[in-house]
Design a protein around this ligand. Structure first.
Ligand code: UDP
Ligand code: MG
Length: 154
């Protein structure tokens, strides 16, 4: 049995408003990921600031929080082998100018301040972010596909 892992992925507000939830989900499914949780929500500044807590000192932090709270986001947990690294590869580099064609940012985004999607950068970040968005005090509806599987993914 290969080592399964979960990662946190979020379609940011510009990705949602541009109708890119579907194409992004398609890419994750085509790659072989399994969807473990999904929720559309409009996050408040406190959650955005917590999510990007490690960037608090950056000059773009205020604009980043404005961006993330400007409309609904689509929060997801995707599962699979090396899920964190595979998701980062699928998403592409932070700056869409540098993101290769074929990656999500490379194909759908132009500007670093509107790069349409987030993916956790390590298993520890994934656990923290999944807790923030799908923990007991957030949305309770995530499936642990590592244990009993309540949906049949074939
Ligand atoms: N960001 C930005 N300007 C920058 C660097 C980052 O607006 O110079 C934003 C961008 O939306 C990015 C997010 O801050 O996705 C988080 O930055 P990070 O370095 O964690 O990049 P990521 O993990 O999203 O690739
Ligand atoms: Mg990051």
């Amino acid at each position: 049995m290969t080592r399964q892992e979960q990662t946190f992925v979020m379609v940011k507000p510009d990705g949602v408003s541009r109708g890119l939830i579907g194409p992004i989900i398609t890419r994750f499914e085509q790659k072989g990921f399994k969807l473990a949780a999904i929720e559309l929500l409009h996050i408040d500044r406190a959650l955005a600031e917590q999510h990007y807590g490690d960037l608090k000192a950056k000059p773009f932090f205020g604009e980043l929080v404005d961006y993330l709270t400007s409309g609904p986001v689509c929060a997801m947990i995707w599962q699979g082998e090396h899920a964190v690294e595979n998701a980062r590869a699928l998403i592409g580099k932070t700056n869409p100018v540098e993101a290769s064609p074929g990656t999500i940012r490379g194909d759908f985004a132009m500007d670093i301040a509107g790069n349409i999607v987030h993916g956790s950068d390590s298993p520890a970040s994934a656990a923290r972010e999944i807790g923030l968005f799908f923990g007991r005090h957030a949305a309770p509806h995530s499936f642990d596909l590592l244990g009993v599987n309540p949906i049949d993914h074939g």
